[in-house]
Unconditional design. Structure first.
Length: 263
């Protein structure tokens, strides 16, 4: 596992965006051989999306031959609902770049057949040869996507019931009204994410410090699903200094030392 420690959340956003652009450009994608990118929503990746938009406008990266798969979507929200992840991605990223609409994949929260929707999502990833880079955030309880504590580390795309802590955390997007937050979502599984060639998790703020400690220093456990990243051959955590507050001092010092000259 690599751990990239930056000074603040803006530096995290810049590093992450530069890395995404580097991986796309290095891949040299074509229409027949696209770069496959897994994407998150939420407040943490917004800075990265803003930086990628700037890089696109500057001609430093193109998404014309990039295919995306989003991690999750609330059950019961229409794509045009302001708090749906379809809407989030369109407003905060897709409409600002040159990605083709049919190259973006987000789970359908209004589907009448959850099992088929989830199976089709997994099939499409496999059909394209797998995800090249899956990006995610992490919750205060260590969850990745909507894989809450005690989710199977072998889980695949499925329906997931959300915990009270996740509903409370996400209520800020619903005017603070807990009753407006959906209680279920469709989400990729931990194994779905770990099947990617490379996984990059973003973590900013002191409220993520405990999750980061368990993810980096703790045992691999379904209690803290972020810990599954320890077993990935190409896992990266990009975090700010605030998020490292609970780490042992020698842990942070180690990663600062070994990564100081790396991209």
């Amino acid at each position: 596992m690599r751990v990239i420690i930056k000074d603040d959340k803006q530096a995290v956003a810049e590093w992450a965006a530069q890395y995404v652009a580097y991986k796309i450009n290095q891949f040299k994608p074509t229409a027949k051989r696209p770069f496959v990118l897994g994407l998150p929503t939420g407040s943490t990746p917004l800075g990265m999306y803003n930086e990628l938009i700037k890089m696109f406008r500057a001609g430093k990266v193109s998404f014309a031959n990039v295919v995306t798969f989003n991690m999750d979507e609330y059950i019961g929200l229409a794509p045009n609902h302001p708090q749906s992840y379809h809407y989030f991605m369109q407003e905060n990223f897709f409409k600002h770049i040159d990605i083709k609409p049919n190259n973006t994949h987000i789970l359908d929260g209004l589907t009448k057949n959850y099992a088929k929707e989830c199976a089709d999502f997994e099939f499409e990833m496999r059909r394209l040869g797998g995800v090249n880079l899956f990006i995610g955030g992490v919750g205060e309880d260590g969850h990745i996507a909507f894989n809450e504590p005690f989710s199977s580390l072998r889980s695949r795309t499925r329906v997931k019931t959300l915990t009270e802590s996740t509903i409370k955390a996400n209520s800020r997007f619903f005017g603070g009204d807990l009753k407006k937050v959906p209680t279920q979502a469709l989400t990729v599984g931990i194994q779905t994410i770990m099947d990617a060639q490379e996984v990059m998790i973003l973590a900013t703020g002191a409220n993520k410090a405990t999750a980061l400690k368990h993810g980096i220093e703790g045992a691999v456990s379904h209690v803290w699903t972020i810990s599954a990243l320890q077993e990935h051959p190409h896992g990266i955590i990009v975090c700010d200094k605030d998020a490292t507050q609970a780490l042992e001092s020698q842990t942070a010092a180690y990663f600062l030392e070994v990564e100081k000259n790396n991209f």
